[in-house]
Design a protein around this ligand. Structure first.
Ligand code: SF4
Ligand code: SF4
Length: 374
């Protein structure tokens, strides 16, 4: 029988009540555990003290511009698609100091900022999150000068991925080739069944963690059920991009009237870029202390939609929403192919859910590109 990525041979069964033992093992190795919890009406990543903090029995309902939770009353911990965050905020901080300068010393002293708390175990990363992390790895680590803060956090990251068994109405990772099954980038991958998890290791430290728990083989029946549930999550997706490489179609349509139409709806709020797990644009600024004796140099997430990001030498190169939205979409789905050899979209659907006016990247791409080749 063919096997799906992320649902592998030599799999073991982790009873649901033993997930806490895995967390204990990770803590004994020095990791802080992070996982999905219900917070402020959404499922978000937060520090976890115990396994009963997972969103037990919750389902998410995602549509264009809306997100809601519903109680199902069962014991499932990961029966939802995703929340507003991927792994991005934990590796590429929304705002962080890069260096400080102290002017009270005889000579100006520049000090790089320390990266605190680098050992982090994330439990519940999805296949789209891992695909996005692979892109961000290339951006932050691939050049001649790897980003120090990102590299330190990445080095200290332990990933317990969870294969998706539920798709939301905004998911379309099957069409981008990034899900719903995990392929790589994890230490352990879990697939949730009614009574626990089929678990596979993806690294030596992941294999050690599972071996320490002394788990029994998952067996053929559970493995087959795990594969079937993940396959069903992919089959349930109702959205799709019109093709995996839209670069030529997008750049052939830079004057398409759809850009004006979407500009009439877009608020240029930047939510889509903030929730996008692959967007990496940021600005860098200085902040001087009140007494003027020291300063910090920090970076902060920015996006195609801000006035500052479109300003070069005091001149606006993207003065209107039409040009800002077009920049976002043509970069994300077009010129990323030149930079990274693939599109910048992993099909997580977050930009659709969290857009306050429900602009849908799959609809906009189809409207501009027409029937592009898959
Ligand atoms: S563009 Fe939208 S769907 Fe694609 S990865 Fe970013 S947030 Fe997810
Ligand atoms: S597409 Fe939606 S989320 Fe993105 S900037 Fe426009 S209004 Fe905001």
């Amino acid at each position: 029988m063919s096997r799906q990525p992320g649902v592998r041979s030599s799999m073991v069964f982790l009873p649901r009540e033993r997930l806490s033992a895995l967390m204990d093992h990770l803590r004994s190795e020095g990791y802080r555990c992070l996982g999905p919890v219900v917070r402020d009406g959404a499922i978000q990543f937060a520090s976890l003290a115990q396994a009963d903090e997972f969103p037990i029995g919750w389902r998410d309902r995602q549509e264009k511009g809306s997100y809601a939770l519903q109680a199902a009353g069962d014991a499932r911990m990961f029966a939802f698609a995703n929340g507003p965050q991927g792994l991005k905020p934990w590796l590429f901080a929304p705002r962080e100091t890069l260096w400080r300068v102290d002017g009270r010393k005889a000579a100006l002293a520049f000090e790089p900022a320390e990266v605190e708390d680098a050992r982090l175990a994330v439990i519940g990363a999805r296949s789209c999150d891992l695909a996005a992390m692979a892109i961000q790895d290339r951006h932050f680590l691939g050049g001649e000068r790897p980003d120090g803060a990102y590299a330190a956090r990445r080095e200290g990251l332990f990933v317990v991925a969870v294969n998706c068994t539920h798709a939301s109405a905004t998911c379309f990772c099957a069409s981008t080739g990034d899900g719903p099954a995990t392929r790589d980038g994890f230490d352990i991958a879990l697939t949730e069944l009614d009574d626990g998890f089929v678990a596979a290791s993806g690294s030596e430290r992941g294999a050690r963690a599972l071996a320490d728990l002394g788990l029994a083989s998952a067996g053929d029946v559970r493995e087959a059920e795990a594969r079937a549930r993940v396959a069903a999550a992919g089959a349930a997706q109702t959205r799709a991009l019109p093709g995996r490489d839209l670069q030529a179609a997008l750049f052939a349509n830079l004057m398409h009237p759809r850009w004006d139409e979407v500009a009439g709806r877009c608020l240029s709020c930047g939510n889509c870029a903030l929730v996008c797990p692959t967007c990496f644009c940021h600005c860098e600024r200085e902040e001087v202390s009140g007494d003027g004796t020291s300063a910090e140099h920090y970076r902060e997430w920015d996006s195609c939609f801000s006035e500052g990001h479109a300003s070069i030498h005091g001149r606006q190169v993207r003065p209107d929403i039409r040009s800002r939205y077009r920049q976002w979409l043509t970069h994300k789905l077009g010129s990323w192919h030149d930079q990274f050899g693939r599109s910048g979209c992993v099909g997580c659907g977050r930009c659709i859910t969290w857009c306050p006016v429900g602009i849908d990247i799959t609809e906009e791409a189809a409207a501009v590109c027409g029937a592009a080749t898959p």
